[in-house]
Design a protein around this ligand. Sequence first.
Ligand code: SAM
Length: 324
Amino acid sequence: MHRPELTTSAADSTADSQGVRMSLENREIVVYDSSQSHHYQHLAPGSILRLELEQVGTSIFLETNPCVWAPTAFTTEMCQLILADTCIGKRVLDFAAGSGILGIVAGMQGARQVIFTDLNPQAIVMATRNWHLNQLPPGQATFLESNCFEAVSPYLQQTGKVDRIYSNPPTFPGTREFFQKLVADREPHAASDWNHNGRWGRFVTDALIMQGGTLLNPGGEILFVTTSRQGARRTQQLMDHYWGPGMTSDRADPLDYAHPWTERGEANWVVVHRLDLPLADYYWEFLPLYEEMVTSLGEVEPVVEKGGILYQKLYFIRAIKPPT
Ligand SMILES: C[S@@+](CC[C@H](N)C(=O)[O-])C[C@H]1O[C@@H](n2cnc3c(N)ncnc32)[C@H](O)[C@@H]1O
């Protein structure tokens, strides 16, 4: 386990890839509290988020920017799962990387190389800065701007496949027109703008499920989070189609269970972690669309109400590309 030795003292600093000294001096340092994560999307540029990784007794430091998605509970749950993973010697892809946090955790866990990719050019800048801020080896990371796998696939075909893909992909519904404008105008946009992807918010998730396996070495694994808001049935069907038979609940919601990966038997994919999370207010505008998904696609309930609070279901799915 790599342990960054950053402290918040004025004298402390670390070097980035160009040898520039990036000092933490005069930065606002915010200790991460998951109940406050909606505020972190709006921190002043250059603020530093400090996340405690308690299992391994260390911290991760992330420079924030309002144009780049800051970690939420989705992210921190993914971090827990990656921390429990073996990354030593692995080549890892952090797909839809945002701040770069998932790949940085993999790097701290001993990954041999981490490839970060995101559609948002600002995210690529921040992931790069954050890798160096955490004092990880400059030669062990690659940063690629890419719409899904457009630039990633040719790069991996050329340099070799990966052993792990970690991803917390975007989940906001969005129109084609909005996406085209976002990509075409090359202006900095608010972090949340980059999360709009396709009518049901699953353009990136679908690409991950459909193409992820082609970029993994045999025996390689993918770990990602998806939600009931994007359609649990479609996810289950796509997983079965592209990854082979997985484990399915016999409840109406086929993904409503959690099962240990090591006890998966013949299954190629499993929901390894399940969580209900209160629906953040930035999703409320999509509630009519989520209802439409139930009626027009025959999906299971996208949100559940408990004690007057709306919850979304989170499914953390792990899958293996079978060794040939
Ligand atoms: C929910 S954020 C997750 C960021 C980070 N992995 C985390 O867990 O905090 C989703 C990320 O997907 C990126 N994204 C959106 N559309 C994309 C696309 N078509 N291809 C690649 N990345 C995309 C966004 O820019 C954003 O950084």
